[in-house]
Design a binder for this molecule. Structure first.
Ligand code: HMN
Length: 288
C-alpha cells in the first residue's frame, strides 16, 4: 500500500449535500490526471467531521463505485461515537476498501488507555487493516514512541498517518518499526519525510499537485535529493499561496479552473469571496 495518496476533497452543493457528479469528477481527476497511487477518503480534507454518518457512507459508496480497483482506497472512519466508527468500518470493508484509518479520539482529552482501547475495540469488530491517523495540531493528542509501540502490538494496526512536524519522533518510529507503514501527512514536508524513508504520503494538495508529489517521492527514493528539493520548492510556493487564500476552498477553486466540479465547502466553513476566487485562479495559472 505504499505511495502517494490524495486526501480526497468532497464536492458539496449550497445546501451542504454531497454533489455526486462532482465527487466522481474529483475521483477521476485524481486517478487520471494526478495519477496518484491511492485515495484517502473522508479525512479532514473531505470535511468528514462536518458530515452525518449517512453522508459519509454515501461518499464511501460513490468513491468506490467510481474508482473501482484502479487505485488503493483507505477509508477514514474515526468518529467520537465508537459505534459509528465500527459501523463505518464494516461498511467500507464490505465495499472493498483496502484499509481503514481512524483519527485518534479527540475533544474529551482521553488518556492513552482510552485511546488504545478505542482502536482495539474497533478492530475486534471490523475485519480490516487499520492505519492510525495522528494529527496532534487538530486533535491535541500527541503520542510517544512507547505509546505507538503499544498500539502496534495489535497486528491489525499496520501503520500510521503521521501529520506532525516532529521529525525526531518520525525517525524513531521508522527505526523501531521497519515493517509498519508510515505515511507522511504534511505535503510541505514531503521531501524531509521521504528522506527518513516513509512508505508514502497522504495529502490534501495532491488533489491539484499530485504529479509533483509523486516526483518528489520517487526522486528521494532514488537519492536524487537536489532535484527533489527543486520540486519541493515550487510545491511549497504553491502550498504557501493556497494556505494564505484558504486551504480547501482554494483547492476546490483550482479544480474548478481545471473543469472539475469541486463544488462548495460545507457550513460552518465559509466559501471564497470574489477576490479570493480570482486569487485561486491566478494560483492555478502560475503553478499548474
Ligand atoms: C486528511 O485527513 O484529509 C489529510 O490527510 C490531512 C493532511 O495531513 C492535510 N492536513 C490538513 O489538512 C490539516 C495536509 O495535506 C495539509 O492540508 C497540507 O500539508 C497543507 O498544510
Amino acid at each position: 500500500m505504499n505511495g502517494i495518496y490524495t486526501a480526497l476533497i468532497c464536492s458539496f452543493d449550497e445546501k451542504g449535500k454531497v454533489n455526486e457528479a462532482g465527487l466522481r469528477e474529483i475521483v477521476r481527476h485524481n486517478i487520471d490526471v494526478q495519477q496518484v497511487d491511492g485515495l484517502y477518503v473522508n479525512g479532514s480534507s473531505g470535511e468528514n467531521f462536518l458530515m452525518s454518518a449517512d453522508q459519509k457512507k454515501k461518499v464511501f459508496e460513490i468513491v468506490k463505485d467510481e474508482a473501482k480497483n484502479d487505485v488503493k482506497l483507505i477509508a477514514q472512519i474515526g468518529a467520537l461515537d465508537i459505534d459509528e466508527a465500527i459501523e463505518l468500518g464494516r461498511f467500507a470493508t464490505e465495499l472493498g476498501y483496502d484499509a481503514v484509518s481512524a483519527v485518534t479520539p479527540f475533544y474529551y482529552r482521553f488518556d492513552f488507555d482510552e485511546v488504545r482501547d478505542y482502536y482495539n475495540t474497533i478492530l475486534e469488530q471490523v475485519d480490516n487493516k487499520m492505519i492510525i491517523y495522528s494529527i496532534p495540531a487538530l486533535t491535541g493528542v500527541s503520542m510517544s514512541l512507547g505509546q505507538f509501540a503499544e498500539l502496534f502490538e495489535n497486528e491489525k494496526i499496520i501503520g500510521v498517518k503521521f501529520t506532525a512536524p516532529d521529525f525526531f519522533l518520525l525517525e524513531r518510529i521508522r527505526h523501531a518499526f521497519p515493517d509498519k507503514l508510515i505515511f507522511s501527512g504534511f505535503d510541505e514536508m514531503l521531501l524531509s519525510a521521504a528522506v527518513l524513508d516513509v512508505d508514502g504520503a497522504i495529502g490534501s494538495t495532491f488533489n491539484v499537485n499530485g504529479r509533483r508529489a509523486k516526483q518528489i517521492f520517487e526522486l528521494a527514493q532514488e537519492g536524487r535529493i537536489k532535484e527533489a528539493r527543486e520540486i519541493q520548492k515550487v510545491t511549497n510556493d504553491l502550498i504557501a499561496d493556497i494556505l494564505a487564500n484558504g486551504l480547501y476552498q482554494t483547492i476546490k477553486e483550482i479544480l474548478k479552473s481545471r473543469g472539475v466540479d469541486a463544488g462548495l465547502c460545507k457550513k460552518p466553513m465559509k466559501n471564497l469571496d470574489a477576490d479570493r476566487v480570482k486569487k485561486a485562479q491566478e494560483i492555478a495559472k502560475t503553478y499548474l
